[in-house]
Design a protein around this ligand. Structure first.
Ligand code: ZN
Length: 247
C-alpha cells in the first residue's frame, strides 16, 4: 500500500492539482493532515477536492477557525482577515464538513496522522525535544505531522533522536528516506499550498512501508496564477508575496 500524504493545502488549488498530477499512479490511498483552507484563494474548490481524494482527513487550526469552532484571538491580523474571507466563500454544507473533521492523532492505513504535536494539535513541532513525546507515544512506528510547513522530520532509536534533513534539492523532484525496522519516525510531508522552508514548490510525501521507503516530493506550480486570484479576492499582500519565496 502506497500512501500519499498531503498537508497544509491552505486553499491553494493550483498547488494541490500540481501535486496530484505528479503523484498520479504512485499511490493507492491519500490522507490529509489538515489546514485544508485558510490563506489561499480557493477554499470551496480545495475542500471539495480533498473530500473526494482523501480517504482520511484530520482537522488543522485554520479549519477549526474557519468552521467557527476555535477563536481567532491568537491569530495575527493577516491570518484573521484570511479566516473571515474564507468563511464568506464556503457553503454551509462545506463549513459543516470542516467542523466535523476529526482531531488527530488518528490511525489510518498503518500510519498515525497528527496536525501539530502529538498531545496538542495546535502546538508546533520544530525541535527534537518537541518531537520526543510524539515519537514515544504514537501507536505506530511512522507518524506524520504538519503545521510547521517544513518538510523533514525526526527518527528515534535507543534513546537517540536524529533530525532528518530530507528534502529534494532545487534540481530534484524527490528525496527517498529508507525506513529502518526498529526506528520510530515523526515525519512532515511539508506544505502543499504555503511552504515555509525556503523552497516555494508544493511539498508532499508518498509512504510505502512494505518496501520501507518514504519519498519526499517537491513540485513546481504556477504561483503567479494563485497570486493574481488572491489579489482579486483582496487577500492580504504579505500572504500573496510569501508564496514566491517559500517563507
Ligand atoms: Zn498550516
Amino acid at each position: 500500500m502506497r500512501i500519499l500524504i498531503l498537508s497544509d493545502i491552505h486553499a491553494n488549488l493550483t498547488a494541490l492539482e500540481a501535486a496530484l498530477t505528479k503523484a498520479a499512479g504512485r499511490y493507492d490511498a491519500a490522507v490529509c493532515l489538515g489546514d485544508i483552507v485558510g490563506y489561499g484563494p480557493d477554499p470551496a474548490e480545495v475542500s471539495e477536492k480533498i473530500r473526494k481524494v482523501a480517504k482520511s482527513s484530520i482537522r488543522g487550526n485554520h479549519d477549526k477557525a474557519v468552521a467557527g469552532i476555535m477563536s481567532t484571538e491568537d491569530f495575527n491580523p493577516v491570518a484573521k482577515a484570511a479566516v473571515d474571507w474564507t468563511r464568506s466563500q464556503m457553503s454551509p454544507e462545506q463549513l459543516k464538513w470542516l467542523a466535523e473533521l476529526p482531531q488527530g492523532p488518528k490511525e489510518s492505513e498503518g500510519i498515525v496522522l497528527v496536525h501539530g504535536a502529538f498531545q496538542d494539535e495546535d502546538e508546533y513541532v520544530f525541535t527534537p525535544a518537541q518531537a520526543l513525546e510524539g515519537l514515544l507515544d504514537s501507536s505506530a512506528s511512522v507518524t506524520f505531522f504538519g503545521h510547521t510547513h517544513h518538510q523533514g522530520g525526526f527518527a528515534y532509536l535507543d534513546n537517540n533522536l536524529e533530525v532528518l534533513q530530507i528534502r529534494p534539492r532545487a534540481n530534484e523532484s524527490f528525496a527517498p528516506l529508507r525506513i529502518e525496522p526498529n526506528k520510530r519516525y515523526l515525519l512532515n510531508p511539508g506544505s502543499i499550498g504555503q511552504p515555509r522552508d525556503a523552497d516555494p514548490r508544493a511539498a508532499f510525501a508518498v509512504a510505502d512501508l512494505e518496501n520501507q521507503v518514504v519519498e519526499f516530493w517537491r513540485v513546481p506550480y504556477e504561483i503567479a496564477k494563485v497570486q493574481s486570484r488572491m489579489r482579486s479576492a483582496g487577500l492580504p499582500e504579505p500572504l500573496i508575496q510569501r508564496l514566491e519565496f517559500g517563507r
